[in-house]
Design a protein around this ligand. Sequence first.
Ligand SMILES: [Zn+2]
Ligand SMILES: [Zn+2]
Length: 244
Amino acid sequence: MLKSMKLSTEQINLLLDESKNHRCEPYDCCVQLVGIADLPSQFGEFQICALVSPCDGKEHTAIIKGDIVNKENVLVRVHSECLTGDVMGSKRCDCREQLLESLKRIQEEGQGALLYLRQEGRNIGLTEKIKAYALQDKGLDTIEANVALGWQPDQRDYGVAAHILRTLGMTSIRLLTNNPDKVRQLSNHGIIITERVPLIIETNEYNQAYLETKAQKTGHLLGDKAKVVDVTEVLSHSSDSIDK
Ligand SMILES: [Zn+2]
Ligand SMILES: [Zn+2]
């Protein structure tokens, strides 16, 4: 069956109407879909969805490809904003590479979604992240630096992401991630994940230590665990990671 290129105007109007009349409890973790527009990019033809949540008051977006409504096994990336990596091309992390690779894979598949969550610096914000970088310049690792500033190692919450996936009507997903905590949280929020899709990016001299810390301290599925795709097995690795 030929995959449909994008959501039709009728489908968009239906989703917007549903969202306008939707209120869930607790309301403060609800999400409203407020607009969908075409987004041709260097990767292909996409559509971009504007989403707002009283949960964090932030403007989240989802970049979608094809007709994902009521579809199973949709290829999904849940990406947290990283201004230094995504926009400035920083080599301190692998965010930009993961972002671009995800868009490329979704384009190749002809169907999928990338959620772009405004959770900069594992949700400590840009200023705090730069302060954490300064501590890392003095020898702390990425986890130690966040903790030294009074934060949890990872402040992110994927409740809003789970709601966005439901708002856009996907029934189950294949998740592009190396982070078992993301798989665990989304599953706990009721999202059916049928497969974990590895997103392996080549390391460089600047992000190698950062990625090793993620593998050792937060259970990221890198190195010998990079090929694990079974969700039950991924979740078994999540339990020995740092608990939020
Ligand atoms: Zn809601
Ligand atoms: Zn980054």
